[in-house]
Design a binder for this molecule. Structure first.
Ligand code: CDP
Ligand code: MG
Length: 135
């Protein structure tokens, strides 16, 4: 079964959207394979966001991601990587469609509620970072 790494970012947790977001994934029929609430440190985030190092938004992104607890999870299902990316919506609030998580709950390019892996390679890499014990 395909797997993807999802993170409900600090604004999603702080705003009390964890239940709403997980409920959407569950209603879609996706299975939660693992989940944990944690406060991420710079070390783990620099691995997670390694491809963004050097970008002008990188420091802003790391500050945002360390400002409070996040909920990391593994979701499982057929084509789950694409399905969750579609459910989350585009990072740019002027493109994110209503009905997507970002389209419904965010209007910021940085503070956009959720993360999801964008390919099979990144999902394998990211699951190892956040759930090293998970198989
Ligand atoms: O999260 P997604 O894969 O949709 O977008 P990304 O291009 O991989 O960027 C990762 C995260 O960096 C985004 O979700 C935003 O939180 C942040 N970002 C930003 O703050 N400003 C940008 N210009 C691009 C991304
Ligand atoms: Mg990305």
């Amino acid at each position: 079964m395909e797997k993807t790494l999802v993170i409900i970012k600090p604004d999603g947790v702080e705003r009390g959207l964890v239940g709403e977001i997980i409920s959407r994934y569950e209603k879609k029929g996706l299975k939660i394979g693992a989940a944990k609430l944690l406060i991420a440190d710079e070390e783990i985030l620099s691995r997670h966001y390694q491809e963004h190092k050097g970008k002008d938004y990188y420091n802003k992104l790391i500050n945002y991601m360390t400002e409070g607890p996040i909920m990391a999870m593994v979701l499982e299902g057929e084509n789950v990587i694409k399905i969750v990316r579609n459910m989350n919506g585009h990072k740019d609030p002027s493109i994110a469609r209503p009905g997507t998580i970002r389209g419904d709950f965010s209007y910021s390019l940085t503070r956009n509620i959720v993360h999801a892996s964008d390919s099979e390679d990144s999902s394998k890499r990211e699951i190892k970072i956040w759930f090293p014990e998970y198989e």
